[in-house]
Each structure stands twice: as C-alpha cells, then as structure tokens.
Design a protein. Structure first.
Length: 479
C-alpha cells in the first residue's frame, strides 16, 4: 500500500486553486521527484502535503488516513520535512538544531537520551556535517545550513520525508554524495520520499518516479524517471531550444586537452582547522568515492584512500594492484625490522622514518651515491640498476619502494629470473612513458609480493604514501 497518497487534491492560496486533481502516491522505500520550472507549484504541493497549507479540495492520505485528521504529534512521528525559506535560530549550535528533530522522542522536557544523541550524531554524519556539530548555526554558509536542516529532518526517523529543493545550495560533490546516500537510506529504512528538484540529471540518479508540472501549473506526466525524462521531453517542459539539453548534459562536447579537465570545483570555501585538514580530506574522498559508486575492498581502503589523498586522483581506486595478502606481508616485514630502499631521495624524505625506526628499520636511497654514478657510467647502465644490485646485497631484508625508475623494476625482475636475488617485497609505482607499464607487469608475473599501480601513473609521493599508509595502520594497531 502507498505510504503517502493524494486523491483529487487541489492546492492554492487565498481561495484560488493553483492546481486541481493532483493524484500522487509514494511506496515505502521509493523516491518521487516533482519536476517543473520555477513557479510551477512544486513547493505549494509539498506545503499542502505536510499540512502547512490547507487542501482546497481532496485529501492527503498517510497510510490510508486523512492527514488533516491526525494530530501534529502523530504527524511528526510519520513525516519529516525540509522546506525552502530561511530558518533563523539565534545562538544555537548545529547539534541543538538537529536535536529539535528528536522532540517527538524526548517529550516536552527536551532531554536527550543516549539513543537520541546517537541519532543526532548519525544524522549529522549522514550529511557530512559531523565537524559542524558545535558550530553556531546562524554563522554557517547556506550550503552548510541546508545540510544541517536535512540532518534535523533525518533525526526525526520519519517514514515519509518531504524535501523542497534539498540540494539547491549544495556543491556538486555533496549533491552527488547526498543523492546516492538518500537513495540507499530510503531503501534500507523503507522511507517514502517526495522531493522537488531543479536538476534533471540528479533527478534521474536519485528518483524512481517523477511528476512533471508545466510552467502553467498543469500536471503533465507521472511515471518512471527513465521513461519520462527524455531530453526531448525536458526541452519541451522547460521551453529549452531543441537539442540544447542533450548537447549540454547528455553528450557534452569532448573537451580539448589544452582546456585542462578538472573535477567540479566546490563552490564554498570551508573553514577547517589546520589539524583537521587531513580528516576533512579523507571525508571528501569517502564522499566522492560513494558518489562514483566505488566500493573499496575493506582491508585495502585505508591504503587506496591515502594514494588518492596524495594525488587527488581517483583512478588509483581502479589501478592499484595487490598480490595475495600483500599488506599483511609488508607489515610483517616492517615488524621484523626490514629496511626500505627507494629509487629517489624524494620518496626517502616522504617516508615516515620515525615510525619505521620503531621496528628497527631505516630508509635508504643509493641513487645519489657517487660510486653508484661512476659504476653506472662505466658499465653503461642506469643508476637505478646499480642501486638495485647494491640493495640485493644489503645486510637486511629489504622492501623496495620504487616511485620513479622502471629500470629498477626491470633489473629486479632480471635478478629474479637468473636466480641471483628474490626481493622480499616491491612497492612498484614508477611514473612515466618509457617502459613504465611493462616494468610493472613484469613484476606482477612473478611470485614476489607486491603493491603496484598498473599503468603510467605513480611517483615518489605515491611510493611514500603507500609505505606510510601501512606504517600508520600498524601504529593504530590494525595490522
Ligand atoms: P515552485 O516551487 O514550483 O517554484 P511555488 O509553489 O513556490 O512554485 O509557486 C507556485 C505559484 O504560487 C507561483 O505563481 C507563486 O507566485 C505562487 N505563490 C507562492 N506562494 C504564495 C503565497 N504565499 N501566496 C500567493 N501565491 C503564492
């Protein structure tokens, strides 16, 4: 049965109906989007559904019961709303604002139980605003306010959620993350959602069904988003020139390299304390991964996220490759006191030597040693080759962290092939165009334990980030 339904509903102001005969229904776990130009009447419908405007005819049914007959408290148990318009609260923290959503659970005393506090905290986390918990609401940006008000509606744990343009102030990162999270939440908790949206692309991503209203306030179509929101129909509904919507959103013109592709820029600056920047970065990475529908393997997520953190490149989520139990093996070697040998001084300086020293390990780079340079010149090989040979004779077990030279990897493979040396572990992330891809594949063909980034990308910073990820996870006691 529909969670929410309208039958023959008329809505409007001051005795004048704007729209008549509105029939809509939402099943538990489903999302219905109201789509239409500005002023078409979306907000008016939502206001009537939540009971802040009297219907001019017809009924709104909640679980089959006339909404107008329900007491306010009973309604709040079922339905939460976030509407447009200013919410002014003086001197309240965001935590306090979201706590208002718990009123139906706390009674008039307003005292929060442990469960209430947890619900508030979870709602803040859901909208990525846990960092704002203690901040004063009135001092937030519009986008931040919008997220906190969403959290307030969610804290109510409703069965029906009504959202009026919930993403209008959110930057693209939050929009996408919100869309995916809301969809999941609706499914998991079987919440029926009715929302108004401007963004057609977002509606397609988030909603199951849509109800389209024309500029003149006529309900035009209702049904599945993928069937209704075709480019041709969207152009007609919004009076857009033929082909313009499709050109812009469906098949955007290929960008030229010299235009510089970049991910969408966040539209607000954020106030983040210096000590919180890394935490916030990892939050953003988490949000954007879910917006891209990427689920990282649980045991490797910390390391992949650190590689993304270092490079701001989400491709690492797809290209980092691990031999069986690679991370466990690397931690074991570090714990037993292994040294790390790198092929650049840059990687050497990036690796956290203090953490490594706790287990008795050191980092070395032989590339700049004078005798290495001389030998390389005499033999006509690269310095990386000579460095690797030197490392092969090292007095202790060695983890190779290669961020630059494919010849280092090729040389390690050659020694492996002729039986003179088998490396204990290779972090193989050289970057570049000549022999870089093949050198990585050559290592992956062997039984040497490895963490390798397939393809051309990598670098000394990535090599250091991978070593540090394992060191930090060991420090936390997770490895
Ligand atoms: P939308 O949400 O689709 O942008 P609205 O529901 O806000 O549209 O507005 C629909 C129409 O109702 C508009 O013509 C608007 O001017 C009118 N309207 C909105 N609020 C009021 C009000 N309080 N009194 C009278 N008319 C209103």
């Amino acid at each position: 049965m529909a969670k929410l339904e309208t039958r023959g509903l008329s809505v409007g102001y001051h005795g004048k109906p704007l729209m008549k005969e509105i029939q809509l229904s939402v099943l538990p776990g489903k999302i219905l989007a109201l789509i239409g130009p500005n002023g078409s009447g979306k907000t008016t419908i939502l206001k009537t559904i939540i009971g802040s405007l009297e219907p001019m005819g017809g009924v709104v049914l909640l679980d089959g019961n006339d909404l107008n007959r329900l007491k306010r408290g009973e309604r709040a148990k079922e339905m939460a709303a976030m509407m447009t318009g200013r919410t002014e609260v003086e001197h309240a923290t965001c935590f306090e604002v979201v706590s208002v959503g718990r009123h139906q659970f706390t009674g008039i005393s307003g005292r929060l139980s442990e469960a209430d506090e947890k619900a508030v905290q979870e709602a803040l986390e859901f909208v990525g605003a846990e960092g704002l918990s203690g901040a004063e609401f009135s001092k937030l940006s519009d986008g931040q306010k919008q997220r906190v008000l969403l959290a307030r509606a969610l804290a109510q744990e409703p069965e029906i959620l009504i959202l009026d343009e919930p993403t209008s102030f959110l930057d693209i990162g939050y929009k996408l993350a919100f869309a995916d999270k809301l969809k999941r939440l609706a499914r998991e908790k079987q919440i029926g959602v009715v929302l108004s949206l401007h963004e057609i692309e977002l509606a397609k991503r988030i909603a199951d069904e849509c109800l389209c209203i024309t500029r003149e306030g006529k309900i035009d179509r209702m049904g599945k988003v993928e069937e209704i929101l075709t480019p041709a129909y969207v152009e007609q509904l919004f009076n857009i020139e033929e082909g313009e919507f499709a050109r812009t959103y469906e098949n955007p013109a290929p960008s030229h390299y010299n235009q510089g592709h970049h991910d969408p820029v966040r539209s607000e600056t954020e106030h983040v304390a210096p000590g919180d920047i890394e935490t916030r970065s990892f939050e953003i990475i988490g949000e954007e991964l879910s917006a891209r529908n990427i689920v990282l393997p649980e045991d490797k997520a910390f390391l992949i996220k650190r590689a993304i953190h270092t490079t701001a490149d989400f491709e690492y989520a797809k290209t980092l490759c691990f031999s069986g139990n690679a991370i466990g093996r690397m931690a074991e070697l570090i714990r037993s006191g292994a040294d790390i040998v790198t092929d650049t001084n840059m990687a050497l300086s990036g690796i956290n030597k203090k953490e490594l020293a706790k287990y008795g390990g050191e980092v070395h780079c032989f590339m700049a040693d004078e005798d290495v340079a001389t030998e390389a010149k005499t033999r006509g090989v690269t310095r990386a080759t000579v460095s690797m040979e030197r490392a092969a004779k090292w007095k202790k077990p060695v983890i190779f962290a290669i961020g630059n030279a494919p010849t280092a990897l090729l040389n390690l493979r050659a020694m492996y092939d002729n039986g003179t040396f088998r490396p204990e572990f290779i972090v193989g992330v050289p970057v570049g165009f000549v022999n870089v891809e093949i050198s990585k594949e050559r290592i992956m063909e062997t039984d040497i334990p490895y963490i390798i980034n397939r393809g051309r990308k990598g670098g000394s910073n990535v090599a250091a980030a991978i070593c540090n990820a394992v060191l930090y996870e060991m420090k936390k006691g997770n490895l």
